[in-house]
Design a protein around this ligand. Structure first.
Ligand code: PNS
Length: 163
């Protein structure tokens, strides 16, 4: 059994994330989507909400399961007995951000990082931009699953009415 981990903050999950998870699920026997916290990013959804959205988005993928994690991703990989971390790269900015993390994780353990090129159609799709555009009334349909868009719009509306 060769297991891979797809880590991220998924705030919220996008079609770009889903493409990477689906392709990782074809390469490995099992994929664990690891929902973590990125302290350098402002989050809109709580960890349990983000995990629930990922679960719903990946429900049709038989060899994918979703877990929350805290601490080092390499420790999580050891806990779930994963041989690889799979990350998507949309372009050179992602590469510059991901490479030192992959090298650090390789220094810490034997877990390999596998980079998959993001689909061209998702090159501009990020959770941060999705939140910004939706927050200013832009239409994010087709960039996230419809149920994620609906949760996002509901949360943004709550934020506007809650002081
Ligand atoms: O989707 P994101 O925000 O890029 O996800 C980042 C995340 C949570 C996957 C990353 O910050 C992470 O792996 N955090 C765990 C802590 C850790 O292992 N840090 C050292 C990485 S070399």
């Amino acid at each position: 059994m060769r297991r891979a981990v797809c880590p991220g903050s998924f705030d919220p999950i996008t079609n770009g994330h889903l493409d990477i998870v689906e392709r990782a699920a074809k390469l490995f026997d099992e994929v664990v989507v690891a929902v973590g916290v990125n302290p350098s990013k402002n989050r809109l959804f709580e960890p349990e909400e983000r995990k629930a959205l990922v679960e719903q988005a990946t429900a049709g993928l038989d060899n994918v399961r979703v877990l929350g994690f805290t601490g080092l991703i390499v420790d999580f990989c050891r806990e779930v007995d994963a041989v690889a971390i799979v990350k998507g790269l949309r372009g050179s900015v992602d590469y510059e951000y991901e490479l030192p993390m992959a090298q650090m994780n390789s220094h810490l353990t034997s877990v390999e990082t596998v980079f998959l090129p993001g689909a061209v159609t998702n090159a501009f799709v990020s959770s941060s931009l999705i939140k910004e555009v939706a927050g200013m009334g832009g239409d994010v349909s087709g960039l996230v699953p419809d149920f994620v868009r609906d949760h996002l719009l509901a949360r943004l509306a709550e934020r506007r009415t809650t002081p």
